[in-house]
Design a protein around this ligand. Structure first.
Ligand SMILES: Cc1cc2nc3c(=O)[nH]c(=O)nc-3n(C[C@H](O)[C@H](O)[C@H](O)COP(=O)(O)OP(=O)(O)OC[C@H]3O[C@@H](n4cnc5c(N)ncnc54)[C@H](O)[C@@H]3O)c2cc1C
Length: 360
């Protein structure tokens, strides 16, 4: 009987694997992909979409079509439980799916950090297919609050501010962060960023960890910040699936060996935000690293099917980060260097549109 490989989640690694590498693999097993939406939204272009620079079709990948082209089955559903001993998955839609090999690329969840009221009152864009709906629900807010001062929060704050300015609305955008803004940046880059936020009119609150959320206020140790809509972008939370299946590490994510194979179960693999690579536990959780898992993940799934030895994943040490600052301006960061301006945005635009072209 032919083995069944189930890909869970249409994250970066799985869609890239489908795009270029499946043709030679489909004959070796029965492949299927399970994800809750036929569309996957590309995070590099979220900010441009919010600001109105890109349309919805420009930033999304049609996963169903991609599966059809690759000759594999697409199931529009979310996995709710995993039973590794029985090699079985249960879905929210009530299906039971058995597997021989499994690969997770399901991203991360909102990191609510047990803040009372947060899950109830704040919006989250995870899973990512929620993005267009959330953007629609939040536009028009008089007092928009973004919680989380990492790259995602910064980009989203600039994007909404630019959108509001373009549309002549008199909203305020607040950005709250529990420490400093983008803590890993060099001091001079942080200063540049703060200057840009101030010029854009974004109200920045540093050292402002939210302790509680009510329907109209974000409560920090120092003050009550009013809001009428809020987006929670504070870090990456672990998807509950792994803890429920007794596969999670201390951080709640799926711990994998350098072969991207679960340390507990040799037939389970993972990629992207949902894993912690044991040999490199501090790798950033972002799209760049999620994509970098693709070739090793694909090859090791095939090698596991053939019972061959697996290949190690070696993470890149540096990566290019370009943070959109709104109005076609961006902050480029690479290897301790930084550059701010329109050229950075043009480069980001070129990289992102070129990436998306591959899926059209
Ligand atoms: C506003 C914003 C801007 C960002 N900008 C950038 C950027 O410019 N560059 C960058 O590198 N990173 C960026 N990031 C980070 C980036 O979005 C994530 O790190 C990246 O998307 C993680 O990719 P992934 O492949 O792990 O999963 P994701 O891209 O999150 O995809 C996960 C997939 O799994 C599906 N899924 C989830 N749960 C289940 C389930 N239970 N069953 C089945 N399927 C499931 C989801 O629907 C989705 O299709 C940004 C993040 C945000 C929030």
């Amino acid at each position: 009987m032919v083995a069944r490989v189930v890909l869970v989640g249409a994250g970066h690694a799985h869609v890239s694997l489908l795009r270029k590498e499946m043709k030679k693999s489909v004959r070796e097993a029965e492949w299927m992909l399970i994800s809750p939406s036929r569309y996957q939204y590309y995070s590099g272009m979220y900010a441009g979409f919010i600001e109105g620079l890109y349309s919805e079709p420009e930033i999304r990948i049609d996963v169903k079509r991609l599966c059809e082209k690759a000759g594999i089955r697409f199931i529009e559903d979310a996995v709710s439980q995993l039973y590794p001993q029985r090699k079985e998955l249960h879905t929210e839609g009530g299906s039971v799916v058995s597997y021989d090999l499994l690969s997770f690329n399901i991203g991360s969840s909102a990191a609510w950090e047990h803040v009372p009221g947060a899950e109830q009152y704040a919006h989250t864009i995870k899973p990512t297919h929620r993005l267009p709906t959330v953007v629609q629900q939040v536009k028009g807010a008089k007092n928009l609050a973004i919680v989380g001062g990492g790259a995602a929060g910064v980009e989203v704050a600039f994007a909404f501010q630019s959108y509001n300015e373009k549309h002549g609305s008199y909203q305020t955008t607040s950005l709250l962060t529990k420490g400093e803004i983008m803590e890993d940046l060099r001091e001079e880059d942080k200063a540049l960023l703060k200057n840009e936020l101030e010029r854009a009119g974004v109200q920045l609150y540093e050292q402002a960890a939210v302790k509680e959320m009510t329907p109209s206020s974000l409560i920090t140790r120092q003050e009550k910040i009013p809001y009428d809509k809020a987006i929670w972008l504070a870090g990456s939370g672990a998807p509950p699936l792994f803890a429920n299946a007794d596969l999670a590490g201390e951080d709640g994510f799926l711990p994998v060996k350098h072969t991207l194979q679960s340390i507990e179960d040799p037939d389970i693999f993972g990629a992207g935000d949902c894993i912690t690579v044991q040999s490199h536990p501090d790798l950033p959780k972002n799209g760049v690293y999620a994509l970098s898992h693709t070739p090793v993940l694909h090859e090791n799934l095939l090698r596991r099917l053939r019972r061959h030895s697996l290949r190690p994943y070696r993470p890149q040490e540096r990566y290019l980060a370009i943070i959109s600052l709104g109005k076609r301006k961006a902050l480029l960061l690479y290897g301790g260097r930084s550059f701010i301006g329109r050229l950075s945005w043009r480069l980001k635009d070129r990289i992102d549109t070129r990436f998306m072209k591959k899926f059209k």
